[in-house]
Design a protein around this ligand. Structure first.
Ligand code: C5J
Length: 236
């Protein structure tokens, strides 16, 4: 068992029953010309978490955790895209339309692909999802059950949309989720901070939150690393 110094209290998990879930680290959200940018967002805050994602993925692979990459993308006929989703935002170039990164949020197009630094590796699971939550209209719950997964370390983009929605869905299905704070980002940084507070409020009503250093310290196990992680977690 591993224990992470987290908020609102320590998060304990068995690595054999824990998966890393990296939400939607796609070019459509992280690169200029993608869906996020077309919505008027500055993509820079999202790009900043890429090194932390690489570190956590390396740690997970080193210790044999299952890795799941989600991908928000629709089939080319948009048969899985509700008209209300396509219409939202009233974009001149919206979901399904040809854009700078190919058809926006469409599977198989350049924009729907993962950023080059975070490409899935053999043994990882790639889960295409049509909605914001990773459990909506996907086989995620069945996949996790089949693999005996009970705990999820969650990060990705954006904190207040797909990450938070997935955490709430996971909570209702009985999973214990840790939001790895510097592994997630929002176009609007104070939204990220607000989600962290919402997750840990009321005794961890949605789950736990901790910085990446605290997760690393749980593996490192030294008294010094644990003390530094406890201090970082307490600071929030
Ligand atoms: C959004 C996401 N923000 N992955 N998707 O539309 O958070």
């Amino acid at each position: 068992m591993k224990t992470v110094h987290a908020r609102p209290y320590p998060y304990t998990f068995d690595p054999a029953h824990t998966a890393l879930v990296l939400i939607d680290m796609q070019r459509d959200f992280l690169e200029p010309g993608g869906f996020g940018a077309l919505l008027g967002n500055d993509v820079a805050p999202l790009r900043r978490i890429v090194p932390a994602c690489q570190r956590l993925l390396a740690l997970a692979r080193e210790h044999g955790l299952r890795v799941i990459h989600t991908q928000e993308a629709h089939d080319p006929l948009l048969a899985d895209c509700p008209p209300s989703k396509k219409a939202r935002g009233g974009l001149a170039c919206g979901i399904g339309d040809p854009g700078p990164l190919g058809r926006v949020l469409v599977a198989g197009e350049p924009g729907a692909g993962f950023v080059p630094e975070l490409l899935p590796q053999s043994g990882d699971t790639v889960l295409r999802k049509p909605g914001k939550g990773a459990f909506h209209a996907t086989a995620l719950d069945a996949i996790l059950h089949a693999q005996g997964i009970t705990h999820l370390l969650i990060g990705g983009v954006t904190t207040e949309v797909c990450v938070q929605t997935t955490m709430r869905e996971a909570y209702d299905r009985g999973y214990g989720c840790l939001l790895v704070q510097d592994w997630a980002a929002s176009y609007v940084p104070h939204f990220h901070d607000a989600v962290v507070e919402m997750v840990v409020a009321q005794g961890g009503i949605v789950g736990w939150a901790a910085p990446l250093a605290a997760v690393e310290a749980a593996w490192a196990g030294s008294a010094f690393a644990q003390a530094a992680a406890a201090a970082a977690a307490a600071k929030g």
